[in-house]
Design a protein. Structure first.
Lengths: 176, 408
């Protein structure tokens, strides 16, 4: 029976090993739990600096604005986005006749009566090399007189109060 | 900017790209935010070289841009904020070392050419602070409306010009006694592309050309002229419509008659020789060339829309200018002209330089106010509160400038 002496030293070693393992795992788990936020932040850290991101976003916006501006047929709120002209069945006639020589802005910022627009066309034909508009002229004049007619404002218009962007003027130590 | 808006922008970029490519962009939503697709991105070059993006663009062909009033607050206007009034297309690929200015004409004793370095070395170099204002500045307010660029208040600026006196160069060539007028030609081309047509070729009476401050200039605020303001060489005439100050200057003609170049005839830069009712039709023969510009002022601080508290004084600042000798007084009103108070006005650095004014304004109670400014010059001329005499082309509006202020 003595031969059957049970050698306990191996079992003890095994047990100690298991305990060690558990302790190490527990320490690691504790470290992970306490540092979880930092680790996640590190793994998810931004790939661009804020400055780069701002720049990229800006370029994205510019690309979008450009894509919007390049869309020849886009009409928003009754305005043809590409030219700024009022949308109308005769819009393409006007674009064709006017914008090969000058910006559409020259139309949209001006106002005139029917005879005013007629005189303007005559002037462009006499001095600026505008060719005869032929049968297209009545439709073009109709379009201009309808959409870009003058309004009566008297001797001086009010300040456009609706257009003012009110802001708080920071005076700091400016005023005594 | 909120993430939602970013997402919206990204989505709409993808949608619009998808539409323009006629296909959906697969995995498009995995694209990093803000990145463009290769092959679609185009560099957004500044369409207006040397000019601030905050300028108000009235027209992009030809280029016409004015400065918002509150950006004119500097004592001398920065080059990138100086207004642009082009009639044609600016020249391209300029080599300033090869640039030549030729003086000729019926009343020139001979024809003579100068390179820019010859101008610099042969004649006394001078600098003046000179205000230039477009003859149509303020056109927007005329009623009935006049055609053309609808300038509000910012087609004006004052810079330090450096160059040579025009009279020194003209005298070097020789002026015949028959001389009446001076005309210029520039290197800009007509909008139609027709090389036989000048976009603009105006000028001034010979007496104006011989004034002390009339210049051929190569520099604004000690820098080269901006491309859109006439690089490399231009004329500068203070007190006259800025259209007289020819840009991209290549040729000067000394004429024995009133110059008849592009935009000298017809109704261009002309007002009725005698006053007319608003909207009245005026014959071309009854239109006279504009010479002197009227006395005028601009409130450059604060920007319109300022809100302050009832116990605060509002500091205001601005500039005033005249074709006369100098500005002698600037007044402001906060009660629609019922009462006026005087602002402090700076001395003029030289004739045609704008002068600065400032004041601290107190308000009697809360509410909506308009701040109006009006300048008076040494000839006793001042600014109207309503629009001045209506004219068919909408020139010379020197009605007092107004900004809105709220006291809360």
């Amino acid at each position: 029976m003595e031969d059957h002496r049970y050698d306990t030293s191996d079992s003890w070693r095994m047990l100690m090993l298991m305990i060690n393992l558990v302790v190490v795992l527990a320490v690691l788990a504790f470290m992970y739990l306490s540092l979880e936020d930092q680790i996640n932040d590190f793994l998810n850290r931004p790939k661009y600096t804020q400055e780069q991101l701002d720049k990229l976003t800006e370029r994205g916006e510019m690309a979008q604005a450009k894509a919007r501006g390049d869309n020849w047929n886009l009409i928003e709120n009754g305005i043809h986005v590409k030219t700024g002209l009022k949308a109308d069945k005769d819009l393409q006639l006007v674009i064709g006749a006017c914008t090969s020589c000058h910006s559409a802005k020259l139309i949209t910022q001006n106002r005139a009566t029917r005879s005013g627009w007629e005189n303007l066309i005559d002037w462009m034909q006499e001095t600026q090399g505008l060719p005869d508009l032929g049968i297209r002229e009545p439709a073009i004049v109709n379009y201009l007189a309808k959409h870009y007619a003058p309004e009566e404002v008297g001797r001086r218009k009010n300040i456009d109060v609706a257009a003012i962007k009110w802001y708080i003027l920071d005076l700091d130590d400016e005023s005594e | 900017m909120s993430n939602q808006r970013r997402k919206f922008i990204k989505d709409s970029i993808l949608a619009s790209l998808g539409i323009s490519l006629g296909t959906n962009i697969v995995f498009g939503h995995n694209l990093p935010e803000g990145l463009e697709l290769i092959g679609l991105g185009e560099s957004m070059d500044n369409q207006f070289p040397g000019k601030n993006q905050l300028m108000t663009v009235l027209n992009d062909r030809p280029i016409n841009m004015e400065t918002p009033a509150h950006l004119l607050n500097d004592s001398l206007t920065p080059n990138d904020l100086f207004f642009v009034r082009n009639n044609g297309l600016p020249p391209v690929n300029i080599d300033p070392t090869k640039w030549k200015l030729t003086i000729t004409g019926e009343s020139a004793s001979k024809t003579k050419s100068y390179t820019i370095s010859e101008l610099k070395s042969k004649f006394e170099n001078v600098s003046y602070d000179i205000t230039l204002e477009c003859g149509g500045n303020g056109r927007k307010e005329f009623s009935p409306p006049a055609k053309g660029n609808q300038w509000s208040v910012g087609a004006v600026g004052c810079v330090k010009w450096t160059g040579v006196r025009l009279k020194d160069v003209l005298n070097d060539v020789g002026i015949k006694s028959s001389a009446v007028y001076l005309g210029y030609y520039g290197a800009d081309t007509h909008l139609s592309g027709d090389p036989g047509k000048d976009s603009i070729s105006r000028g001034v009476p010979i007496a104006k050309a011989l004034e002390e401050e009339s210049m051929i200039a190569w520099s604004m605020n000690d820098q080269d002229l901006p491309m859109l303001n006439g690089y490399p060489l231009r004329l500068v005439f203070g007190g006259y419509p800025a259209s007289c100050s020819g840009k991209w200057l290549e040729k000067i003609v000394i004429r024995d008659q009133v110059h008849d170049g592009q935009k000298m005839l017809g109704t261009a830069y002309r007002t009725p020789c005698s006053p007319v009712a608003p909207g009245e039709k005026v014959d071309e023969k009854d239109m006279c060339i504009i010479e002197d510009m009227p006395v005028k002022s601009l409130i450059s601080f604060p920007k319109t829309g300022a809100t302050i508290k009832a116990d605060q004084l509002l500091p205001i600042a601005g500039h005033a200018w005249t074709s006369g000798r100098e500005i002698t007084k600037v007044e402001y009103s906060i009660d629609f002209g019922v009462s006026w108070k005087e602002a402090t006005v700076s001395e003029s650095t030289n004739r045609y330089a704008w002068q600065h004014f400032d004041a601290k304004v107190s308000f009697p109670q809360t509410g909506y106010y308009e701040l109006w400014a009006r300048a008076t010059d040494s000839d006793g001329n001042t600014q109207p509160m309503l629009l001045p005499g209506w004219n068919p082309k909408g020139y010379l509006n020197n009605a007092c400038h107004r900004i809105a202020v709220k006291i809360s």
